[in-house]
Design a binder for this molecule. Sequence first.
Ligand code: FUL
Length: 509
Amino acid sequence: MDSHCPGNCAIFLHVMKIPKFAAGAVLLLCWVALLPTGVGAVPPPAPYGPVPTERQLQWQEMEFYGFLHFTVNTFTDKEWGYGDEDPKVFNPTEFDADQIVRAAKEGGMKGVILTCKHHDGFCLWPSQYTEHSVKNSLWKGGKGDVVKEVSEACRRHGLKFGVYLSPWDRNHKDYGRPEYLAYYRNQLRELLTNYGELFTVWFDGANGGDGFYGGAREMRKIDNRTYYDWPNTWKMVRELQPKASMFSDAGPDFRWVGNESGVAGDPCWATLNMAGRVPGGTSAGLNSGERPGTDWLPAECDVSIRPGWFYHAKEDSRVKTPAQLLRIYYQSVGRGACLNLNLPPDRRGRVQDLDAQALHEMHRILAATFSKDFVKSAKLTASNTRGNASEFGPRRVADGRRETYWATDDNVTTPELVIDFGKPVTFNVVSLREFLPLGQRVEAFALDQWQDGRWQEFAKGTSIGNRRLVRLANYLTTDKVQVRVTQAPVCPALAEVGIYAEPLGTSKE
Ligand code: FUL
């Protein structure tokens, strides 16, 4: 923790839910320790609205990770298995978890989420609670465990691992009855305890309908407000995997963005009004979020690199191009959401070269774009700075640290920040980040360039949150840029401002 310890301590203590009396004592010590130097004379801004937990912050920092949709559907050429599939159809010929995880890593992903059980009910691990799993497949003579292999490959390659366990189970005889819940939780417990640390548990909202259901072959509908008793399932995840962030249409840690095309709303607020929301419930408000909102519930954009979620040979010609993937990146990560891009392993049990190459090329362009930040060597001047410049001054936006930020006095809510490069610079991408522990504060901003002796606006936007990427259709050349906060209910706290140039020739599709 650096020189603005008291403010950060306060947020830390709040986030960690440390009792008030203990928090008071710790804060007092922080103040006393810093008083002789005079540092910290002006406290940090007070948080505004809902703020993230430490767990949510960790998840938001990942920004980009992937889904692996793989099951019997890969072999039956379906998107939703009915639940009557013979486990023997699951038989990847050259399964290679390292190849899959390497493709994700070389594409810039920070983790992967495996469909351990999709709606068809087939389990990719030898669950002791069902025969409908890899243990009755031909793969590895029934001795294989895809969850184990992928989770271990993730650890070998430094990626995080997460699980998807479909609540809807078209195979299980008890689906729709109270007994199924015990089965679901038993399976979840296996995944939560046997495969190391998980960064997420992903609860799908698709629910109920026709299915095999142990041979009944009928329609079963459930009431998604009550059937799953989510609070108690979430409690189990918290106990067994305290660091895992949970996904559903209604959180509790991050939300669906309301579409499967990878596009966050503009704006996309990290907050939502939670009253009456349940997983699998309404998608109203999920795309743009709600402001100021009752809870911090940032969005995840899930989308497949192909039209379907599972591998189908007929879609080999429809793998998204690097240019399409880049657009998705800018419309998801660039609007403050995380991107969960699906890479479906094929019948060999590998990611196809086509998919890996498209992803790799997208990552190469992003890495080249963000390798040089023109703001780092520029002179920064703010129209207002809170307290001591070494604490809240404009240079804080260029130190590459999310934990530090430029802030203004409480009554200055629409300040300007001038970035003087000292020479003409050519760029087409601007990146902004807020200091999230103080809440989402900025409601609108504008960007100006210095041209013909005056400021000329070249872009404007609304929400910032974890990240806002402004990608211009054309490169601009100027020696000064101005960031203007044009609307905010409280003083802003900007953690980062970056200015970049995409490699020449990057196609925008
Ligand atoms: C949906 C499912 O129905 C799809 O098959 C896929 O798993 C997607 C990520 O979520 O709700």
